[in-house]
Unconditional design. Structure first.
Length: 290
């Protein structure tokens, strides 16, 4: 699922490869969701890849390295050198966790005549993870999602990857965020089990601690839940969609794993942005950087 960890893809392809050629169109769920997101313009150019548009708010939440070590599985290291090279002024003893609420729109896989229904997701994710112990290969660990309850394909696909999923309702239901004023937006996700995430932001151009180059780096790190398979998803930052990216500052409130209690982080920075994405049609074995 974009941003991203496209667990929907694996489940969708399981259906496709188990069906006859006359059954290769994945039917959309019965609900109708009309989004304001831009249409997918990559599908015809890359028919062998899953493509779509990902829109939403991604914030970098500084947490202590001690806290990061408590919530990230002990078998994985943290490539602190990698993020300090990208962020020389990042506070000592801190780690850049990601918090995001995003909307996957107009997902297509033309080679299989497949279209996949839109869905939203919210997550806390952990970049710069060392799963090979080489001290240089950065991966992003993401093992829990809030996902639109109506989209069973997305939920079951994620669970097939070993991800914990809480079926959720989103506000707004069909878009990445909703405007409260000219420069302020919010997005909310409420899980069926009491889990939740809320992101509220305002445009903030005076201080931009995380460049789009940094966002490109962390959002394109291979994503995994249990290190058996990785999602080599790519967000493209060189299209007209990204020209509309807006630096923001805001608040994250969440009751979501891997934290065992509700959390709140104020004054955190990031971007509201939309990008196209491309993704291989099958999960791949996680591999170190060459």
């Amino acid at each position: 699922m974009a941003g991203r960890f496209s667990t929907l893809l694996n489940f969708a392809l399981t259906i496709i490869h188990g069906a006859s050629s006359s059954q290769q169109v994945i039917s959309a769920p019965r609900y109708t969701c009309i989004s304001q997101d831009a249409p997918n313009e990559l599908a015809r150019k890359y028919p062998e890849l899953v493509s779509g548009n990902l829109n939403g708010t991604t914030l970098i939440v500084p947490i202590s390295l001690e806290t990061a070590r408590q919530v990230i599985p002990k078998e994985y290291g943290i490539v602190e050198k990698a993020y300090r090279e990208l962020l020389p002024s990042f506070p000592a003893g801190m780690y850049p966790m990601m918090a995001q609420i995003v909307h996957d729109h107009d997902l297509q896989l033309p080679a299989y005549n497949a279209t996949l229904a839109d869905f939203s997701r919210a997550s806390l994710e952990f970049p710069f993870i060392d799963i090979f112990g080489d001290g240089r290969s950065s991966f992003r660990w993401a093992n829990t999602f809030l996902i639109s309850a109506e989209n069973r394909l997305a939920i079951e696909g994620a669970e097939g990857y070993g991800v914990t999923v809480h079926p959720s309702t989103f506000d707004p239901p069909c878009d990445a965020y909703k405007a409260e004023s000219l420069d302020a937006t919010y997005a909310r996700a409420q899980g069926s089990n009491g889990s939740f995430m809320t992101i509220e932001t305002k445009t903030h151009r005076e201080h931009v601690p995380y460049s789009l180059d940094f966002m490109r780096n962390i959002t394109n790190q291979p994503v995994f839940a249990n290190a058996q398979n990785c999602d080599y998803f790519v967000r493209l930052f060189n299209t007209t969609l990204t020209e509309g990216a807006v630096p923001v500052v805001g608040t994250v409130k969440a009751n979501l794993e891997p934290f065992v209690q509700a959390q709140s982080w104020d004054g955190v920075y990031g971007w509201r942005m939309a990008t196209p994405f491309l993704e291989p049609p099958r999960p791949a074995e996680c591999r170190p950087t060459e």
